[in-house]
Design a protein around this ligand. Sequence first.
Ligand code: NAD
Length: 321
Amino acid sequence: MFIVPEREIANLMTRSAAFDAVESVFASMASNDAYNFPVVREALGHEDALYGFKGGFDQKGLTLGLKAGGYWPHNLEKRGVINHQSTVFLFDPDTGMVKAMVGGNLLTALRTAAASSVSIKHLARKDSKVIGMIGAGHQATFQLRSALEVGNFEEVIAWNYHPEMLSNIEKIAVEANVPFRAVQLENMRDADVIISITSAFNPSLLEEHVSPGTHIACMGTDTKGKQEVESSLLAKARVFTDEIAQSISIGESQHAISEGLIAEADIIQLGAVINGSQKGRTSSDQITLFDGTGVGLQDLAVASSVVDLAIKSGVAIELDF
Ligand code: NAD
């Protein structure tokens, strides 16, 4: 088996390679060439941590495996390590033997940012100029960096529950040479695209904060009980997701579904838009909403590319296991 340590990932994986891997696996999921296993996600009752497993099998790419990990909210302040911790394990689909163990922290951020960027490419209005960020934590910076490479944005506006963290977002905007403005939630009406990536359990973004024609990528809600946007927004929007089973159980749609505001049949797989079997945005004043719950196949797709790159460049550690 091969080990690709976390420290090597930054030198191996690019944002554009992550984008391509995620766009392609979303398409494979929608054409039933790849499927995700049910997610296991548990509150450990220790360090307030949420821990779980996300796995899947891509029959076309012959990628089998899982990501084990989760969210430890006190890591940064108590231990100086990031709150998300994960590791990807890949198996040989012909024998079941373990093939690789790959550091999953940076890969998670890259594949999550790639997912919202894929949604922006396929669902946002082509004339989108202002991107709004809700959230300013670890994932948010990756989200913005990736989105700025996909769209021709001329301004970044941002709101965060903890305003002192907004400098994280400003830094990315400055690096990309795009003007930055810290705003109140009402000012999200100025945004053409909004990415929400927080660990909130109550909605911040309300229907009244969103203008017609906006594309919203809801990326933070990946667990039962979490919520970032008012559920009536989902009733108003054309709703897309990575994986419908996850969207209705652990994603943003869980609330709109349980309140009877939308039905499962109203939710469209983003991969079906990529494949051309479903329409994406149908008018310029329609609100589109991508419920990005994060699927195991995204992790396996990026981890598999990294293993190939690590073997080629000689940094993969080979073990007789
Ligand atoms: P982080 O701890 O670095 O940042 C948390 C963010 O949430 C900060 O902006 C913080 O100010 C904000 N926040 C905290 N409490 C809030 C509240 N009550 N109301 C509004 N905002 C609040 O975490 P992170 O690593 O950036 O992860 C953010 C979220 O993204 C987590 O919920 C995580 O589980 C989720 N996530 C989703 C995916 C996916 O594929 N969809 C992947 C990775 C992470």
